[in-house]
Design a protein around this ligand. Structure first.
Ligand SMILES: *[C@@H]1O[C@H](CO)[C@@H](O)[C@H](O)[C@H]1NC(C)=O
Ligand SMILES: *[C@@H]1O[C@H](CO)[C@@H](O)[C@H](O)[C@H]1NC(C)=O
Ligand SMILES: CC(=O)N[C@H]1CO[C@H](CO)[C@@H](O)[C@@H]1O
Length: 479
């Protein structure tokens, strides 16, 4: 028994040793585990390749980033050179800092106080040589405006009229100035009881019960604005050309298939036979027409009426005084300058994200229409046309009143908006300083600003509601 045991133990050991040897012999390993080994080796190779590529891409990315920043600085410098050759004396009316002082070098730049009180910026410090040179040579005429910024505003957000872009301007303004924004607290997180008028209880309660800014979808309802907002609240809306609005609406809710229209030119077919579609059209969209006087409907009109109706005329007269100014999407930059001037805001308040929100391409966007179709549309949406033409006229009256001064501010705004958008696209985590000019105080774009420039509505809603809730909670604790 003992011998046998001893013997079998030794044999077992030898066997283990043998099989270990054969397992570890490469040939055996290769023969028995070929597929597995190929797979493993392949994976290791792929991983190595992937890491290597990542490293290269990362490096290239940084290099490209540097290149882009350098190109941008060069572009800035050339823009600046061009600006310096302009006859600036023409634009001096009433602004105290003169060209002469800056050129003599007697003008040392003081840190400029940002109106929002958030930042004190010295454009010279911490910047490249180029920027420093620029702020010494640029003409500095900025003076803090004597008017007081208006902070109470009701923005009537008209669907499919570029209003999301403008809404984000108001949301950013409200958030960065610690204002109270009216947030939907009802069923729909993006609107107040749409498509009806705002109703009691559809807004998030806030401390004090008074809101500074309304910018979510709501049908224009003066009573609600009076009840929930301060008496000096400015009212503003946005509109676009009724025909483009119709096309956008058509595409948005797929009316061409729903109304079974000629796929080649659905808008023309619809408009040429518009009376045939009147019935389905009036029932289709929650019992409302998506095509007839839609923008006027948002502004509180009865969309089934025509311009010329007594009630419509009365409403028209009222709205012309209550809402003296409406932005026009086709002239958005002009509209924003008029807004800035009437609200006494600063230029950085009205900068907007260039990547158009909700921009959609569709094949019939630019299809031409027959004379009949266009005439029918004018009759079909007569209130929209009357309102649009009125507000486009008042906008351009303002622009003309501003004269040379307005044109120069507009150009400055376009340049700054383009520079900020480019900067935020190329180097969103970086900083870019703007020195003071006649139209804008010195300020710095930073990562926060870039993020806020393109922040989506629901993120703003979330941030604002956190802040506004906290205020209520703190007040409850204090009492
Ligand atoms: C907003 O509130 C914050 C925190 O209370 C404060 O630091 C900031 O200065 C305020 N900003 C403005 C513009 O009042
Ligand atoms: C608005 O009015 C201006 C001035 O009359 C005109 O030049 C412009 O074409 C109008 N805009 C649109 C989109 O009709
Ligand atoms: C459905 C319908 O009535 N279509 C008509 C629309 O108008 C064009 C031209 O006016 C007619 O050819 C269609 O038959």
């Amino acid at each position: 028994m003992r011998r046998l045991n001893w013997y079998s133990c030794v044999r077992l050991l030898y066997r283990i040793k043998d099989s270990l040897a054969s397992i570890t012999s490469h040939r055996h390993l290769w023969k028995t585990n070929r597929p597995l080994l190929v797979l493993l080796g392949g994976m290791v190779l792929l991983l190595a390749l992937y890491t290597y590529l990542l490293l290269i891409i990362e490096e290239k990315y940084e290099e490209r980033q540097k290149l882009m920043v350098a190109i941008r600085n060069m572009a800035d410098a050339s823009v600046l050179n061009n600006q310096r050759t302009l006859p600036m004396d023409e634009h001096k009316n009433g602004w105290s800092q003169t060209v002469g002082r800056a050129q003599q070098g007697a003008f040392t730049h003081q840190p400029t106080r940002d109106l929002s009180g958030l930042r004190h910026v010295n454009p010279i410090s911490g910047r490249s040589d180029l920027a420093a040179k620029r702020s010494q040579t640029a003409v500095m005429e900025w003076q803090t405006p004597t008017c007081k910024p208006k902070q109470n505003v009701a923005f009537i957000k008209v669907h499919k009229a570029g209003s999301t872009t403008v809404q984000s301007v108001f949301l950013r303004y409200g958030y960065s100035h610690n204002l109270t924004v009216m947030l939907p607290g009802g069923k729909n997180p993006a609107s107040f009881s749409w498509p009806n008028f705002p109703a009691p209880g559809d807004a998030y309660p806030v401390s004090g019960g008074v809101y500074n800014i309304l910018t979510h979808h709501a049908r224009y309802h003066p009573e609600t604005i009076r009840a929930r907002m301060p008496p000096d609240t400015a009212r503003v809306a946005i509109m676009r050309h009724p025909l483009d609005h119709l096309k956008s609406m058509f595409n948005f809710i797929h009316l061409n298939t729903k109304y079974k229209l000629d796929p080649l030119n659905p808008i023309q077919m619809f408009l040429e036979n518009v009376t045939d579609y009147a019935e389905i059209d009036s029932k289709f969209y929650d019992g409302r027409s998506p095509t007839r006087n839609f923008q006027s409907y948002v502004l509180g009109f009865d969309q089934r009426k025509d311009f010329g109706d007594e009630e419509v005329e009365q409403h028209f007269r009222e709205i012309k005084t209550d809402v003296p100014f409406v932005m026009i999407l086709e002239h958005l930059d002009e509209s924003l300058i008029v807004l800035k001037r009437s609200m006494c805001w600063v230029m950085k308040d009205i900068l907007y994200d260039w990547t158009a929100r909700n921009y959609r391409r569709f094949y019939y966007k630019s299809s031409s229409l027959s004379q009949l179709a266009m005439e029918n549309h004018r009759k079909w949406s007569s209130i929209d046309y009357a309102l649009y033409e009125h507000y486009n006229r008042t906008l351009w009256e303002e622009v003309e009143k501003g004269g040379e001064d307005f044109a120069s501010e507009l150009e400055h705004f376009r340049t700054m908006n383009s520079n900020v958008n480019e900067h935020c696209r190329i180097d969103p985590k970086g900083r870019k300083s703007f020195s003071a000019t006649r139209w804008s105080m010195a300020w710095t774009v930073d990562a926060t600003f870039c993020k806020q420039l393109r922040q989506e509505r629901f993120i703003w809603d979330w941030k604002l509601s956190m802040r506004q809730n906290e205020k209520i909670r703190r007040e409850k604790l204090d009492t």
